[in-house]
Design a protein. Structure first.
Length: 178
């Protein structure tokens, strides 16, 4: 397993729609392990392959310790309710905004054995699933904000970067402690 650098806002890969993986093989299982390890190192609750520079439809979500959900070629097949709540993103560190999401989703994903399964999720887990699937579609949480809020957030992002041009976030120094 490896902890991978995370791509930041401005990296073209974050705007690409990821490609279906089809069959689950050792490489896909290894990617899931790397995503989990990376997500933990950066102290997130979800991570999509796009965020580590790979355009494959694979993501992980873990809103409760030990309850990892691997999303392989995921598709939301049902959603109900609405809830507005604050979101952030490992690819846009230190920026947060209120986003409206479905309160409950049912997602169809491919299990490690290759079978399609359905998983129901509520509240934070539902939000995290939707956020990661958005990543796989090249959508960032900023895109779900009003134009004015998005412009303010982008201005704040540019100011916080102080002219830095790198679109890669190196592994945090605290990763060894994670």
């Amino acid at each position: 397993m490896s902890i991978l650098p995370v791509h930041l806002l401005g990296s073209a890969v974050l705007r690409e729609r990821a490609k279906e993986v089809g069959a689950v093989d050792a490489a896909v299982r290894h990617l899931v392990d790397d995503l989990r390890e990376t997500m933990h190192a950066y102290r997130g609750v979800g991570l999509a392959a796009n965020q580590v520079g790979l355009t494959r439809r694979v993501a992980v979500v873990e809103t409760e310790p030990g309850d990892l959900l691997a999303l392989i070629d995921p598709k939301i097949v049902e959603s109900t309710g609405q809830i507005d709540d604050e979101e952030g993103c490992l690819s846009i560190p230190d920026l947060y905004g209120d986003v409206r999401r479905a309160a409950r989703v049912v997602v169809e994903t491919t299990a490690f054995d290759g079978q399609r399964v359905r998983v129901e999720a509520l509240d934070l887990k539902s939000r995290a699933i939707q956020h990661e699937i958005d990543h796989l579609d090249g959508i960032l949480f900023l895109d779900r904000l009003s134009l004015l809020k998005r412009q303010l957030m982008l201005r704040k992002w540019r100011k916080s970067r102080k002219g830095e041009t790198s679109v890669i976030r190196e592994v945090p120094e605290t990763a060894d402690e994670a």
